[in-house]
Design a protein around this ligand. Structure first.
Ligand SMILES: NC(=O)c1ccc[n+]([C@@H]2O[C@H](COP(=O)([O-])OP(=O)(O)OC[C@H]3O[C@@H](n4cnc5c(N)ncnc54)[C@H](O)[C@@H]3O)[C@@H](O)[C@H]2O)c1
Length: 321
């Protein structure tokens, strides 16, 4: 009988990640492209480790993994994995902590600038032969000297602040778990009272986890306090902004626009009014989908499994559970 460790790669990843398993004689692996939970229930029984992207990994599946020692998340959010079951079964959860912060921060700038510069308005103007009508087009908005509020000053927030300062924006940070001096050392200003701060904020970007405290944190009540020109970006997790409230705030002109990479339901339901709202700019949870980042994430996902079994997985990549 083979004593190779069996790794399940649930949802395919970059080939450079798979290559790490291919060339390591300690492992055998199987890739499961499409999630079928009945198949997964059988496959998980004898696997030692697995990688997973955004598919849900509920308790009844994890509990069947009697040999399972590590769940390696392709990404940094782990709200798709049942934490109680992982803890009960003494399974380590790892994340690709160093792979995707820059890609997400760039995506936020892309969304912010897209909304403030009228999305594809100029491109459509020239391509449709209306160059001479350029004076009739709505005017766009600058980011220079504008106030941006970043929720969550972790890996992504810390990459985003550098990009915002590059645009000479004033950066305010809301993160109860990061102290004033750390934030100041990056060039930001810590704020504590949201309601009084949002009154002078031109842009908001969200980079904290979804949990009981952050769910619906951006709601109608708060959006009513915001500047009418405020643009909100959410590339963290759906549900931190209440989508119904957001739609109402946009329709009633409490705020100017919103960029969403993430949704309460993914994919969003076809009757979600935000899909038809011209004031929003959407992407299908692809903030980290750069060529470079997909390769980094694929490699780090598998390297974390190998490092775990070699007993050298860094603490910063392990989810505290
Ligand atoms: N769109 C995507 O493809 C994509 C990619 C990567 C990460 N994400 C999401 O982005 C978010 C941030 O990722 P990260 O790598 O920067 O995480 P991180 O853990 O490095 O940072 C999160 C920060 O949020 C702060 N925080 C926690 N609770 C808070 C609260 N109640 N109020 C304000 N701040 C709070 C923490 O102190 C921490 O500094 C996560 O939700 C993650 O799932 C999305």
């Amino acid at each position: 009988m083979s004593d190779k460790k069996k790794i399940l790669v649930i949802q395919n990843i970059h080939e450079e990640g798979i290559n790490l398993l291919k060339k390591n004689t300690d492992y055998k692996y199987e890739i499961i492209e499409n999630i079928d939970y009945e198949i997964l229930k059988k496959k998980i029984v004898d696997c030692d480790g697995l990688s997973i992207r955004t598919a849900k990994l509920p308790a009844d599946i994890i509990d069947l993994g009697k040999k399972l020692k590590i769940i390696s998340r392709h990404g940094v959010g782990y709200d798709n994995i049942d934490l109680n079951s992982s803890k009960k079964n003494n399974i380590t959860i790892s994340i690709t902590a160093t792979a995707n912060a820059v890609a997400v921060a760039e995506h936020v700038m892309f969304m912010l600038l897209s909304i403030s510069k009228g999305k594809s308005m100029y491109d459509e103007n020239v391509k449709s032969g209306k160059f001479n009508e350029r004076n009739k087009l709505p005017k766009t908005i600058e980011m220079w000297k504008k106030n941006i509020l970043i929720f969550g000053f972790g890996r992504i927030g810390q990459k985003l602040i550098k990009r915002c300062l590059g645009f000479e924006m004033n950066v305010f940070i809301y993160d109860p778990f990061v102290d004033e001096n750390t934030i100041a050392s990056f060039g930001g200003k810590k704020i504590e009272d949201l309601k009084s701060t949002v009154k002078y904020i031109d842009a908001i970007s969200i980079h904290m986890p979804l949990n009981d405290e952050t769910k619906n944190m951006i709601n109608l009540d708060l959006m009513k306090q915001m500047k009418k020109n405020c643009i909100i970006i959410n590339a963290a997790r759906g549900g931190i902004i209440n989508e119904n409230d957001l739609n109402e705030a946009l329709n009633k002109n409490y705020i100017y626009g919103a960029g969403l990479d993430v949704f309460e339901d993914e994919p969003p339901k076809s009757d979600n009014p935000l899909l038809k709202n011209d004031k929003v700019f959407l992407s299908p949870h692809t903030a980290a989908f750069t060529k470079e980042c997909m390769e980094r994430m694929g490699k780090e996902t598998i390297q974390n499994i190998i490092d775990f079994f070699d007993k050298k997985l860094e603490k910063s990549k392990i989810v505290k559970n």
